[in-house]
Design a binder for this molecule. Structure first.
Ligand SMILES: Cc1ncc(COP(=O)(O)O)c(C=O)c1O
Length: 423
């Protein structure tokens, strides 16, 4: 740590009253012991994928060690696999809201969203419309564009206010109308962190009889998610962003789920949740997803698992948000740096995007790597946002994301490393 950074109190990250023991949390993530060139690694690419909690790793290993199997058999390992699936669906319902029999698992969020889009589009007609946003990850854009184009329909866009870096909801009623079948929106931007007013968009969609599909992949590791309170008819999530393994999760409200004509093989069950789950699932990954929810719940207090998750997410916000706010302010103050963030009054996840004048974003990451800081560059599939801001051709952004295990020392090291690039 540089002397200047330590001595000037304005320049030191806020000493928040810790909502939990960060060092104890760090011990639960074996990967955090990793060293690079003799230095401890600062894992600041959480939005690309978090590190995995001990309970998730153990659950995956135990499933394989005790004997894996396919489902619906008479023997113990098969029965245990059926039980695991039931428990994991319940864990995901605890995490996202909704009911266990509304939860489907798949390879990843993108694959599940394509399956959902194909199923929902079966009864769409020429002239129908879908609404997507300029802020979303393309995983919640292209499945809907493909599906509506197949039917000869139209895509409408909710624009991003270029100055405010929030969704422009001023002309929502002219974008969402009687022809709208579906509105797809992200709960939070995986690059600039803006948390969107999903409820207002959902109310507008429902007032014309359209469905709402919410991408919670980026938001869910940083805030308490309640599918029904958001007004989502379907919500998607990826456990590998929240301390679990690579997997996708979809939760669809029963009335929509029951109506879906999914593309499926003949012997596959017609009922929810199985009807959208093609092929054999990733049972060990599903065990890990349950383990990840256990980790999150263990940070909180309350009667039920859902109460514990709510309390844990509040603590995670309390830990992450002041540090992120400090990083944004410090980076903004460095000559030649442009931070892409909505104003302070807009709620954000602890995900920070910036550019350095005259430097390719990838080179900024390589500079950070000299101090074993792991940050990433690119458009992160928020491709539309990078295009409308005119930065895609020049490498888009550098991005850092905080996690519950991120320390003050790590974010100070990041700022110190970036200050070396002052123009
Ligand atoms: C906001 C957001 N949505 C969707 C995805 C895609 O998720 P998956 O990799 O599970 O398909 C990502 C992955 O980075 C994401 O950040």
């Amino acid at each position: 740590m540089s002397q200047a950074l330590r001595m000037d109190s304005d320049k030191v990250s806020p000493k928040i009253k810790a909502p939990y023991d960060v060092q104890a949390v760090r011990k639960r993530f074996p990967a955090l012991r990793r060293m690079e060139n003799g230095m401890p690694v600062a894992f600041l690419d959480g939005p690309g994928g978090s590190q995995v909690a001990d309970t998730a790793i153990e659950a995956m290993a135990n499933y394989l060690i005790r004997g894996s199997a396919n489902v619906h058999g008479v023997f113990s390992t098969s029965v245990e696999t059926d039980e695991l699936l039931l428990r994991a669906r319940a864990a995901m319902a605890d995490f996202l809201g909704g009911r266990p029999d509304e939860v489907a698992f798949g390879a990843n969020m993108t694959t599940l969203n394509f399956a959902l889009a194909r199923a929902m589009a079966r009864d769409w007609r020429e002239g129908d419309e879908v609404v997507v946003t300029e802020m979303d990850h393309r995983a919640n854009v292209d499945p809907w564009i493909s599906a509506i184009e197949d039917k000869g329909g139209t895509v409408r866009w909710i624009r991003v206010d270029r100055e405010r870096l929030t969704l422009d909801l001023s002309d929502l009623t002219s974008i969402i109308g009687p022809k709208t079948k579906l509105v797809a929106v992200g709960l939070a931007s995986n690059v600039i962190g803006t948390i969107n007013d999903v409820r207002t968009i959902a109310d507008a969609a429902h007032s014309v009889g359209a469905y709402v599909v919410v991408d919670a992949v980026h938001a869910a590791p940083h805030m308490f998610v309640d599918r029904d309170a958001l007004g989502a008819d379907a919500i998607l999530f990826s456990p590998y962003k929240a301390f679990g393994p690579h997997l996708g999760v979809l939760s669809v409200k029963a009335d929509l789920y029951d109506r879906l004509q999914t593309y499926k093989v003949l012997p596959q069950l017609e009922e929810r949740p199985d009807k959208i789950e093609t092929g054999t699932l990733n049972h060990e990954g599903i065990a890990g997803a349950e383990g990840a929810v256990k980790f999150i719940a263990s940070l909180g207090e309350g009667e039920t698992t859902r109460d514990k998750i709510r309390s844990a997410m509040e603590k995670i916000e309390e830990h992450e948000n002041p540090l992120a706010q400090w990083v944004r302010a410090r980076l903004k103050a460095i000559p030649g740096f442009t931070v892409y963030a909505a104003s302070d009054d807009v709620k954000k996840t602890p995900t920070i995007a910036w550019r350095v004048k005259g430097m390719a974003p990838r080179d900024v990451c390589l500079h950070a790597l000299k101090k074993a800081i792991y940050i990433a560059s690119g458009d992160f599939y928020a491709t539309t946002l990078a295009m409308i801001l005119g930065i895609r051709a020049s490498g888009s952004w550098v991005r850092a994301g905080l996690a519950p295990y991120t320390t003050r020392e790590e974010v100070e090291l990041l700022v110190e490393s970036m200050e070396e690039l002052a123009v």
